[in-house]
Ligand binder design. Sequence first.
Ligand code: SAH
Length: 213
Amino acid sequence: MKDTFKHRGMRNQLAELLVSKGIKDKKVLEAIRTIPRHLFMDSSFEDHAYQDKPFPIAADQTISQPYTVAFQTELLDLKAGQKVLEIGTGSGYQTAVLLHLKVKVYTIERQRELFKKTNLFFKKLGYRPKKFIFGDGYKGLPEEAPFDRILVTAGAPEVPKKLLGQLKIGGKLVIPVGEEDQEMLRITRKSDTEFAQEEFGTFRFVPLLENKN
Ligand code: SAH
């Protein structure tokens, strides 16, 4: 598959749609206009890649809806050079959006099939997260902590305590929390022991699964 003039046109339209839905951050919108989402999906979905919808990827997972990707990225309030942990790499599309904002990305995926597929894809297209790890993001990545930002792209039954402990003071965790559908939370670490929580409405994600071992 290629990236063509037609795809770029569809991305511009998608970015306009996201503006109409309330996305304001110019850098996030530029990432949406730049990153070839259709290449992150099966070729059979190519014609639908710039609709504002989630689609199936491998291993019963989904590539998040562009609005959700833009919304979560906007909530992260990123500055170039920050250290960001992403949990739930999936197709790698959200990872590419983060990389476009010039942050250092550490990303974790627990489905082996998806991990292998997305790892090859990153190499082929030249996307370079600092680390791409096959494992359980529920535990975070203690050896690289603390992080400026942590982003969870799967629905968590509750806020994993270990992730809170891996935030810098002033750092932010963006995470959808809930079983059937999820409330989007942004949790800011105020001190060693204090956290402030903001709520941003209801979303629906595939579940964040914990490896019980
Ligand atoms: N940002 C991705 C979202 C994929 S869906 C995209 O837009 O393509 C969420 C992903 O989280 C799935 O790939 C799923 O396998 C992964 N996931 C679920 N639980 C996880 C865990 N405990 N650790 C790491 N990844 C997990």
